[in-house]
Design a binder for this molecule. Structure first.
Ligand code: SF4
Length: 299
């Protein structure tokens, strides 16, 4: 008997938009995906806290407890939707896609507004991709979605006493902004499901590995780089990808030409000679300009 096709969640869909190779590993060889480091985990934890604050804006909301089987969460969501109250983390399935928007708010005409909460301070393309996927799944599952919103942090908010979620959080209507990301989404989803079931695509590393977020498969994909690799060079990286394509992988092998700035030349020279570079006059000059008392800002 063949294995059932897995569900494509919004997080995996966003990963798939970034790189199909990452998507394949997410489903087929997760052991090579790096777990979040402490900094990334702190960002995730902060996201959970912001999500909880957003839920306070809808005091009569119902939290849908996520079940292990998406089908069960789907059934619970449909049941709760009949009450026409705000729903938190409601999960619905459409075909082999599955989404859990942060907040669904009932509105007139038996419709719903979808709200995705982000612990950022503005709208980014990757969030629009995320919301477009959710709208696609929810509409496909039979819910009438009136508007889609992103809710994020108001960076001008000044806390006086307790946090006031209605002042801390901004709600922006992104119904029109997600339209370009909805066009062709069905085809993208179908291709992703085909990739997941396949034997694994190849992908060339590039600047996109770090954009819009660092890929958790970088340790695996980038392990071909030797010690003292070209990407340790200070400054802009565009040219380094061209060098990589020419087979130049070590910093000491970077050709010296006019495109290099002074600091880069110092760095390459130090690597080639194995000698440290100390600008004694520069340091003396800097120290002589300092006036006591000296203040430090550490953060
Ligand atoms: S490191 Fe780059 S090439 Fe490898 S999976 Fe991630 S985005 Fe794709």
């Amino acid at each position: 008997m063949s294995k059932p096709q897995p569900f494509l969640s919004k997080t995996k869909y966003v990963d798939g938009v970034k790189c199909l190779k990452l998507l394949w590993y997410e489903y087929n060889q997760r052991d090579l995906i790096s777990p979040p480091n402490a900094a990334l985990q702190a960002i995730f934890d902060q996201g959970v806290k912001v999500g909880e604050l957003a839920q306070k804006l809808y005091p009569n909301g119902i939290k849908i407890e996520r079940q292990q089987m998406p089908e069960k969460t789907h059934a619970k969501t449909l049941e709760a939707a009949k009450l026409r109250r705000p729903l938190f983390e409601a999960g619905l399935i459409y075909g082999r896609t599955y989404a859990l928007p942060d907040i669904l708010v009932p509105v007139e005409g038996n419709a719903w507004d979808l709200i995705e909460v982000k612990s950022s301070t503005g709208v980014e393309d990757v969030y629009l991709i995320d919301v477009a996927f959710q709208k696609y799944v929810y509409s496909g599952a039979g819910l009438k979605i009136r508007k889609c919103y992103l809710m994020y942090i108001n960076n001008e908010y000044i806390r006086k006493e307790g946090i006031e979620p209605h002042k801390l959080l901004i709600k922006e209507d992104v119904t029109d902004k997600i339209k370009p990301y909805l066009a062709g989404i069905k085809k993208s989803i179908e291709s992703m499901l085909t990739v997941i079931a396949g034997s694994g695509p190849s992908a060339k590393v590039g600047p996109y590995c770090d954009q819009p977020y660092a890929c958790p498969l970088e340790d695996h994909c980038w392990k071909f780089l030797p010690e003292g690799d070209i990407f340790q060079l200070r400054g802009r990286k565009e040219r380094l990808y061209a060098l990589m394509d020419q087979g130049i992988l070590k910093l000491i092998d970077i050709p010296i030409d006019d495109s290099l700035n002074e600091k880069q030349l110092i760095q390459i020279n130090s690597h080639q000679t194995g000698k440290e570079h100390v600008d004694k006059d520069g340091i003396k000059g800097f120290l002589s300009e300092l006036k006591y008392p000296i203040y430090y800002l550490d953060f």
